[in-house]
Design a protein around this ligand. Structure first.
Ligand SMILES: Cc1cc2nc3c(=O)[nH]c(=O)nc-3n(C[C@H](O)[C@H](O)[C@H](O)COP(=O)(O)OP(=O)(O)OC[C@H]3O[C@@H](n4cnc5c(N)ncnc54)[C@H](O)[C@@H]3O)c2cc1C
Length: 423
């Protein structure tokens, strides 16, 4: 299942598997954004002697196969965050995600990472024929988080997005979109040149105490270290039971069309990325080579590329029937990791055993936040914010939890359909 990103990434980063026993100050498990951001955050704070171990290749997981939206906020929606942790802490956390967007942008610039970044913002388009929800979202953003999301009236939105499906929109102009795999590989190159040891095709099988230290076992060899940071996302697969018991792997799907040339403007006349207001929303963006990258749906099943193409093509034509006949060149899925509360889980399990995962479907900025939060906590610069600590490792009940998650998704999808009919 080759992704469009893999097919177009600059080749050349080949990192050797770890083959001989080693020692390190800190071992990071997982070469996605959370692991890479933690490694960079530690390096920027003077921690040397870090090693990052990746089971497959850098960016193999969600980080190298996502929609490429870089925006503030978490998977948990802002209103729920506000209700749970209160005004001050919600504002603090939300602003940290906004700072993470800026941090990604400045890392792209400082390290000259070529990742097709497009600073066109993100549009949230109203699927239902009522303006109240979007007005309420705009008010929440302004009054509680101090952010101005620009109102797009129906006519203006329909000028940019040539469809009658949407009724109004909000434009988050500070957000952007990029090729996430190129960004992940760019970060890996920065770490390599800073002397961080990176190993691909190195699957950590066990993490155990060894005297006052930790031993990371890859099945081939071991690394002894002072501390371990587990950043394995939806690919955790049982490693570290207390973590595995607190998050579910949930799949979502993406496809890319052939370059559409002038046909793209029949549908989309903006360089913003777009998603809609349904629970089971579509998310899509025009690529710099005039392809359309289209994503959507959530499931406990990873599907074949042909099945994904069939489902997403149907979704695409529902919004843009004028694109009937365009060819799809790549279709793929990826696993997100979800805790019961949909917030990231960041903390320390035991002395020297840290973790950052559970970023869900909105993780590009939050993983960067996670890397910074962990690096600050590890170097004792600042404690993990209370608002994040409020979202702990709640049990997700394995297969029963997966089934419940699928049923919840279906019921919310049905609610979307009912609301659609009602309006
Ligand atoms: C299809 C898709 C679309 C998405 N779109 C967006 C979007 O547009 N915007 C947004 O903000 N978020 C999006 N997300 C969510 C976002 O991509 C994730 O939340 C984020 O990338 C998670 O990063 P991570 O580092 O925690 O996990 P991952 O990127 O999954 O990385 C975990 C890594 O750990 C490795 N690993 C696992 N176990 C081991 C082990 N035992 N030993 C060694 N290595 C191991 C895996 O191979 C993997 O590379 C999307 C997710 C998906 C799947």
């Amino acid at each position: 299942m080759t992704t469009y990103y893999e097919a177009t990434a600059t080749p050349g980063l080949r990192l050797p598997p770890l083959e001989a026993a080693a020692e390190a100050d800190t071992v990071i498990v997982g070469g996605g954004f959370a692991g890479l951001a933690t490694a960079l955050g530690l390096h920027e704070r003077g921690v040397r002697d870090c090693m990052l171990l990746e089971a497959r290749t850098i960016g193999f997981g969600a980080s190298g196969r996502n929609g490429g939206f870089v925006s503030g906020g978490f998977s948990l929606d802002a209103a729920k965050l506000h209700r749970r942790v209160g005004r001050e802490e919600a504002r603090r956390l939300y602003r940290m995600t906004e700072a993470a967007v800026q941090c990604i942008r400045s890392r792209i610039e400082r390290h000259a990472i070529d990742c097709d970044a497009v600073y066109g913002g993100v549009i949230v388009a109203s699927w239902f024929d009522e303006d109240h929800s979007l007005h309420e979202l705009q008010r929440l953003m302004r009054e509680e988080f101090g952010l101005h999301w620009q109102w797009l009236p129906r006519e203006e939105l329909r000028e940019r997005l040539r469809t009658r499906r949407y009724h109004a929109g909000l434009h988050e102009t500070g957000a952007f979109h990029f090729n996430p795999l190129k960004y992940a590989l760019g970060l890996a190159r920065v770490l390599l040149s800073a002397g961080v040891r990176l190993h691909e095709m190195t699957h950590v099988r066990d993490i155990r105490r060894a005297g006052g230290q930790w031993e990371v076992d890859t099945g081939v060899t071991t690394v002894r270290c002072r501390r371990v940071v587990v950043c394995a996302g939806g690919y955790l697969d049982g490693l570290c039971r207390p973590l595995a018991r607190a998050a579910l792997p949930i799949a979502t799907y993406v496809m890319a069309t052939e370059p559409l040339g002038a046909r793209l403007a029949d549908a989309i006349r903006t360089d913003a990325a777009v998603f809609d207001t349904r629970f089971a929303f579509d998310y899509y963006r025009p690529l710099t080579d005039t392809r359309l990258l289209w994503g959507g749906r959530m499931s406990i099943r990873q599907r074949s590329p042909a099945e994904i193409e069939r489902l997403l093509y149907h979704d695409l034509l529902r919004v843009y029937p004028q694109l009937e006949g365009v060819k799809v060149t790549h279709a793929w899925s990826g696993l997100m990791s979800y805790g019961r509360h949909s917030m990231p889980q960041i903390g320390q399990l035991e002395d020297g055993l840290w973790y950052a995962y559970g970023f869900g479907g909105h993780g590009v900025a939050p993983t960067t936040l996670g890397g910074e939060v962990l690096a600050r906590a590890i170097t004792r610069e600042e404690e993990i914010p209370a608002g994040l600590r409020a979202y702990g490792l709640e049990p997700v009940y394995g297969k029963a939890g997966l089934l419940a998650a699928q049923c919840l998704y279906w019921s919310l999808q049905a609610r979307d359909a009912l609301l659609d009919w009602w309006h």
